[in-house]
Ligand binder design. Structure first.
Ligand code: NAP
Ligand code: GDD
Length: 334
């Protein structure tokens, strides 16, 4: 039987690695877009190297995207690539717009040029809500982004909806709230905390320096959130969905639970540095994913404390074994 084919941009990132694993598990032939770099950035997918066909292309280069789709001929295209770190978007606003906003149009144009029947998933974000007028946020909540990243994602969302309405493409926008994992980038607050706690526990660091401890987010486990992406592309009609746990916690909660897991008092180690505060903060996000639960049958299973425990545990394991930062570690190993 011929395998279904899927192409993932951003396969070397956190979500790309989990989505690739998930699709391979469902019998897909997976193609992954990687951009040219002087050093290899494929730690997260190293364990999948034999099962994925990597294609060199870049969101900045239209021709390379067209050629990637021509080579892979996928049924499903998952556009996960982006400049995804919010603070960098203030330092590199134009580049963030090029990758995270216009990159989406380049992908959609590539799809239109090669095969309009391909199904398209756009990685939209709860950062689009920014300073929202209502709580919790769902698919109808107006956007009020608070960073160049959030603004770029609003563009990516609207252009996806626009191409669906203009050209009849099967294009979906998944509005995902924060999702974390042991493969999360170390600059994001969850992993910065769990790695910091692991280092302190092992005597490799003495303090953990953070910014705003009062910000609240709706955090879930990335390994589960990628399943919702796939489910969106299996529906009869394309649509947009919020994917969230429906429970918000503060950064301070995350800190407390992570330190409790290794039986340490967080107050002895955590320092707040004002320079880590953002020019405009997103104070409180909490999602209402009842549409995804109802129509996709999706629901999260890993709780917030379980997620943090998993991340601290694996950070301790990696540090003890001297493993690379993003190496996939089987849960049973750690
Ligand atoms: P991530 O770990 O930062 O991964 C980003 C990926 O994009 C990497 O594979 C990166 O490749 C690739 N990339 C960046 N610029 C590119 C370019 N010009 N051409 C080709 N590839 C490029 O992000 P993530 O956490 O997996 O998130 C996946 C997507 O979901 C992103 O679009 C993010 O904005 C969005 N999102 C994430 C969350 C979350 O909580 N994680 C929530 C909502 C939405 P390199 O390895 O070469 O850098
Ligand atoms: N990164 C970071 N580092 N954040 C800190 C720190 C710190 O030292 N101290 C406090 N924070 C606060 C930030 O101010 C923010 O309010 C919150 O922790 C979460 O920050 P991040 O983990 O960097 O994530 P984010 O919410 O800005 O963005 C992530 O989630 C979005 C979905 O809402 C990213 O994955 C985006 O790509 C994604 O779209």
């Amino acid at each position: 039987m011929t395998k279904e084919r899927a192409l993932i941009t951003g396969i070397t990132g956190q979500d790309g690695s989990y989505l690739a694993e998930f699709l391979i598990g469902r019998g897909y032939e997976v193609f992954g877009v990687v951009r040219r770099s002087s050093s290899v950035s494929s730690e997260r997918v190293a364990h999948l190297a034999e099962q994925v066909t990597f294609i060199q292309a870049d969101l900045l280069d239209q021709t390379s995207l067209i050629n990637a789709l021509r080579q892979a001929r996928p049924r499903e295209v998952y556009n996960l690539a982006a400049q995804s770190f919010v603070p960098t978007s203030w330092h590199q606003p134009v580049l963030t717009g090029e990758f995270t906003a216009l990159g989406v149009t380049r992908m959609l144009e590539a799809l239109r040029a090669v095969d309009r029947d391909m199904r398209f998933y756009q990685a939209s974000s709860s950062e689009m809500f920014g300073n929202p007028p209502e709580s919790p946020q769902d698919e109808t909540t107006p956007f009020h982004p608070r960073s160049p990243y959030g603004v770029a994602k609003v563009y990516g969302h609207h252009i996806t909806v626009n191409y669906r309405e203009s050209y009849g493409l099967f294009a979906c926008s998944g509005i995902l709230f924060n999702h974390e994992s042991p493969r999360r980038g170390v600059e994001f607050v969850s992993r910065k905390i769990t790695q910091g706690v692991a280092k302190i526990k092992l005597g490799m660091a003495k303090e953990l320096v953070l910014g705003n401890l009062d910000a609240r987010r709706d955090w879930g486990f990335a390994g589960e959130y990628v399943e919702a992406m796939w489910q969106m592309l299996q529906q009869d009609e394309p649509d947009d969905y919020v994917v969230a746990s429906g429970i918000a916690h503060s950064v301070a909660d995350l800190v407390r639970i992570a330190f409790e897991f290794v039986h340490l008092e967080w107050q002895e180690f955590v320092k707040v540095d004002d320079s880590l505060f953002r020019p405009a903060e997103v104070d409180h996000l909490i999602g209402n994913s009842s549409k995804a639960r109802r129509k996709l049958g999706w629901q999260p299973k890993v709780s917030f404390p379980e997620l943090i425990a998993m991340m601290v545990d694996q950070d301790i394991f990696r540090l003890r074994k001297g493993l690379p930062l993003y190496a996939a570690v089987a849960l049973a190993e750690s």
